[in-house]
Design a protein around this ligand. Structure first.
Ligand SMILES: Cc1ncc(C[n+]2csc(CCOP(=O)(O)OP(=O)(O)O)c2C)c(N)n1
Ligand SMILES: [Mg+2]
Length: 468
């Protein structure tokens, strides 16, 4: 078994050193969540550092994106293409280690985070996409879609209003493969959160249909490991694991204070912290055995190879489904789609008449949704107003076990059974937008939706401008 303490201290040291070198950044959260990262990344996360985009990898979202040095550290340590020079260049122009995680710039970063609460909401989209794809593509004895979505989040994410939209939706959709780990350190920038954050978070989550584990000691990797193992057994609820942590853990004079949040510890305190942790390596130096404990390249390759074997068997049994799955995950449109579908829309609807733009939108969607099964529509409780549904997008519903309900869809002169493709987001426009980003980033779907025909704009307008 790897030396969990040294694995965690490697993250703490890299976070302190990179923030010190850049003379800006956030050391406290990475130092506080280091043991959570050891438990998740070291013992559970299914990923392949040499092939970050493997379709059936687990997804990881760092919703408290200011803790970016945690993510950069584990990506580096576990073997992603993120060499130590990139960590030395933290927060420098053109480095792969910007101040907050940036999707598309750093391998292994699934979504851009920093605006608190939005990462959690993206994660709800990732987990929904997984659940829908699993329903659509898995067959008896052939499980090709089967992964978890993990999210780390902090007090700030839970204070932001969008979190309530995300939490409600995840509960309603019974996203049992969504596992959130809460960095419950009782601190945000202004200090101890107690005067401005008195929510009973576990009760709030339970009230919204979540499974809650803890509070547990967020510095006990074995306890976190066991909590994650338990969370994975949930069949009908998302799980939150409440991890009690100390921000800046290890720093004798900054731990548990908001001074650890967003500024370098300083050379002297870094020296004291190294001594307190028993970390004897120099700045940006990681002992070989610690690298060895973190290295996930071989286990990642083996995990992907096992999946590939299953996928090959699936492809032999269901060749059309397998190539459709590959197309969808690659984000390619069906062959000849552009000519046939676009021509059909134009031919059917080019008339010398005026239609409302939402009606024109529905006419186009009617054609496109019939040809593109990846279109996943929705509306924030104004389906009848913004005309976002079509004949081929039945409403998405889950049964009491959390399974996607199959619905009737007309196809030519037949009726076929499919999972719902129109999401009733409820009155949650902001959440809807961030969930859609998660769906799109997961792959396999192109989300479409509209907030409202009038209410969002009228709400944003001074009352004198309103006409209705
Ligand atoms: C939407 C949004 N508002 C404000 C901020 C600025 N901000 C960054 S971190 C932070 C405090 C967050 O507190 P917490 O999540 O508890 O982080 P910790 O101090 O524990 O690391 C704030 C206000 C932000 N990143 N996003
Ligand atoms: Mg906090």
């Amino acid at each position: 078994m790897a030396n969990s303490q040294q694995m965690a201290n490697a993250i703490r040291a890299l976070a302190m050193d990179a923030v010190q070198q850049a003379n800006s950044g956030h050391p406290g959260a990475p130092m506080g969540m280091a043991d959570m990262a050891v438990a998740l990344w070291g013992r559970h996360l299914k990923h392949n550092p040499t092939h970050p985009n493997w379709a059936d990898r687990d997804r990881f979202v760092l919703s408290n994106g200011h803790a970016s040095m945690l993510l950069y550290s584990v990506l580096h340590l576990s073997g992603y293409d993120l060499p130590i020079e990139e960590l030395r260049n933290f927060r420098q122009l053109h480095s792969k280690t910007a101040g907050h995680p940036e999707h598309g710039i750093t391998p292994g970063v699934e979504t851009t985070t920093g605006p608190l609460g939005q990462g959690l909401t993206n994660a709800v989209g990732f987990a929904l996409a997984e659940k829908l794809l699993a329903k659509e593509f898995n067959r008896d004895g052939h499980t090709v879609v089967d992964h978890h979505t993990y999210v780390f989040l902090g007090d700030g994410c839970l204070m932001e209003g969008i979190s309530q939209e995300a939490i409600s939706l995840a509960g309603a959709w019974k996203l049992n493969k969504l596992i959130a780990l809460y960095d419950d350190n009782g601190i945000s920038i202004d200090g101890q959160v107690a005067p401005w954050f008195i929510d009973n978070t576990p009760e709030r989550m339970r009230a919204c249909g979540w499974n809650v584990i803890g509070p547990i000691d967020g510095h006990d990797a074995d306890a976190i490991d066991a909590a994650i193992a338990s969370a994975k057994t949930s069949t009908d609820k998302p799980t939150m694991i409440v991890c009690k942590t100390a921000i800046g853990k290890g720093s004798p004079n900054r731990a548990n204070t908001s001074k650890a949040h967003g500024e370098p510890l300083g050379a002297e305190e870094i020296g004291l912290t190294r001594a307190a942790l028993g970390w004897n390596s120099g700045a940006f130096e990681i002992p070989a055995d610690v690298y060895g404990d973190w290295d996930a390249k071989e286990t990642g390759k083996a995990a992907e190879a096992a999946w590939q074997k299953r996928f090959d068997a699936y492809a032999a049994a269901f060749p059309e489904l397998a190539s459709e799955f590959a197309r969808r995950m690659a984000g390619d449109l069906p062959r000849h789609f552009a000519q046939t579908a676009v021509d059909a829309v134009i031919a059917a609807h080019t008339k010398a008449e005026t239609v409302a733009s939402r009606k024109a939108s529905q006419l186009a969607l009617e054609t496109f949704t019939a040809k593109l099964p990846e279109l996943l529509g929705g509306s924030a409780d104004l389906t009848g107003s913004n005309l976002t549904n079509t004949k081929s997008t039945p409403a998405l519903r889950f049964d009491e076990n959390g399974d996607v309900v199959q619905a009737d869809m007309p196809l030519g002169d037949q009726t076929v059974k499919i999972g719902g493709r129109h999401i009733n987001y409820g009155v949650r426009e902001f959440g809807m937008a961030a969930v859609m980003n998660g769906i799109a980033l997961h792959g396999g779907f192109i989300p479409t939706a509209a907030p409202s025909s009038r209410s969002a704009t009228t709400a944003a307008m001074p009352s004198a401008w309103r006409r209705s």
